[in-house]
Design a protein around this ligand. Structure first.
Ligand code: ZN
Length: 103
């Protein structure tokens, strides 16, 4: 499948183009009220965690499958960001606590 906007090759399960953010036919289908629970919503949530959380809140009742998928994507992404920060902070503490070397 190719993006209708920028001709970038995109995953057939993607709901938006990762390059330009244009909606794909799958996105429009899902928007019609089809609770596809597509993995595309998870991908969107992963790259746009805030959008993922908002979609979850909006769709909780009417589209539980898609809502859950977008939330999972957002949760994984948020978890990764927190992990990266935690590692950086630990690394900084370790570096700061090192005794300076004198030759
Ligand atoms: Zn595109």
């Amino acid at each position: 499948m190719y993006c209708t906007n920028c001709s970038n090759e995109i995953d057939e399960k993607a709901i938006v183009c990762p390059k330009c953010g244009a909606a794909t036919p799958l996105y429009l289908e899902d928007k019609k009220g089809n609770d596809s629970g597509s993995i595309g919503w998870g991908v969107l949530g992963f790259f746009q965690p805030l959008v993922g959380f908002i979609l979850f809140l909006v769709w909780k009742k009417e589209k539980p499958k898609s809502a859950k998928t977008s939330l999972i994507g957002a949760a994984i992404s948020t978890g990764l960001i927190i992990m990266i920060y935690a590692i950086l902070i630990i690394f900084a503490i370790v570096m700061a606590s090192q005794e300076p070397y004198y030759y």
